[in-house]
Ligand binder design. Sequence first.
Ligand code: UDP
Length: 258
Amino acid sequence: MGGMTTDIKLIDEKGLRLDGRRPDEMRPLRIEAGVLKRADGSAYVEWGLNKVMAAVYGPRECHPRHLQNPERALVQCIYNMASFSVDDRKRPGPDRRSHEISKIIAEALTHVVFTEYFPRTSIDVYIEVLQANAGTRCAGLTAASVALADAGVPMRDLVASCAAGKVADTVVLDLGKEEDNFGQADIPVGFVPRTNEIVLLQMDGDLTNDEFTKGVNMAVGACKKVYEVQRDALKRRYSARAADEGVPGPAEEKREVA
Ligand code: UDP
């Protein structure tokens, strides 16, 4: 982002982007909840070429113990990018970037979890990026909040996330890899639809005030669509679980009432 130059035309004469998207178009998004048997909750997200897994454990006893809060649960997050997730093999293990992303995702999730219900405990969120193509922090946060809901952790609402940015002097939604590398700005946003709050906001690059406002509005609009995909994934999960346990799922319940 910012600084790298290229001969690639990021927006063509028809106003379309490298992958044929319009400026306000998001990459295809697919979410599946409850994909890991041994985690308390989990979710898998495919977003364009990004593939991200999230697993949740807890609330459980908080370790290390000096981090315990007698009044509330601590939401801890570890974001990790697999060595094979990017073109140039990534050196395994934590680095500055993964620490930063883990921190901002944990903070965003802390805003929606009813942490006061579970004093002294820890809710541990693990995000594994299996394939990366820009926007992995948004995909990770989106997956993590579905995994928390799948784990039955009480929350005010889900956090939905999407980025906007600027490429070739145009404000665009959901930057792809080349747009992230050679674009002018990137603004990842985490949004809570029910309370209308922004719980994650970062900016990389330069934007005018008007471009920033346009970008944030575009990202918030996209978060509302992401939210619907998250809810659908949880409804499918609930129906499948209910069918497994012989409990009437939402469809059958409605039929019974009618
Ligand atoms: N990336 C990479 N190697 C790294 C870190 C990042 O190739 O060690 C790529 C990866 O595709 C990532 C993109 O750069 O998705 C953008 O990274 P950024 O730090 O902007 O975070 P993201 O957009 O994934 O949230």
